[in-house]
Design a protein around this ligand. Sequence first.
Ligand code: GTS
Length: 233
Amino acid sequence: MSSDISNFEATSQPAMTIHDWPTGPYPARVRIALAEKNLQSRVQFESVNLWKGEHKKAEFLAKNYSGTLPVLELDDGTFIAECTAITEYLDALDGAPTLTGRTPREKGLIHMMSKRAELELLDAISVYFHHATPGLGPDVEIYQNAEWGFRQRDKALKGMHYFDAILKRQPFVAGEAFSMADITVIGGLIFAGLVELPVPAECEALHAWYARMQERPSVKNRVTMSEPAEASV
Ligand code: GTS
């Protein structure tokens, strides 16, 4: 048994720190994964203010060279960035992966569809936000290329039609079960909401799936997850 798994069983104190920004679409991916795995009590949150550009300062770049959120910090000082990598770590912790696949086939399909959700939807909307809108403001957005941003917006709209077609024939993005691939599309649609890029009305299967996803406690409670619990009376 790996030490990660035995620590999982033995510890009740927060052993991990998530550096993130509560309302961010990428941080949402890890927050949803944490709740789906019921690991909330194992983490504490450190807020990094995107609007003040704290993620581009040397202190944060030492934790994540890419200057993006979220970052998972382990109690041995290891930093893991990239939502997919963090989700894979969390999913493996209890030796019972539910988000990244159990069989080789599941693992392959989930990874493919999650990557596709990044390329065709979430990352495309992020580029649109940073290049074709004011983004995080002039202090953070030091290079913008609006034409590239609008192309990525159009790519994301096409991506919405792609995921609509997928969800017409299966209940979840990577097949029959909820997975990391669903979480990545959820992140995309959270970002779409923030930049006011509505899912086209004709994408009925995508709308219906998103309505179902928004009923999941992990999705509903993601922003308040890092707020201190109210003292019990
Ligand atoms: N590939 C990275 C991942 O998967 O973790 C992308 C992470 C990312 O872009 N995070 C956003 C960020 O740091 C956070 S948020 O916009 O969703 O809140 N953006 C700031 C920037 O300047 O790029």
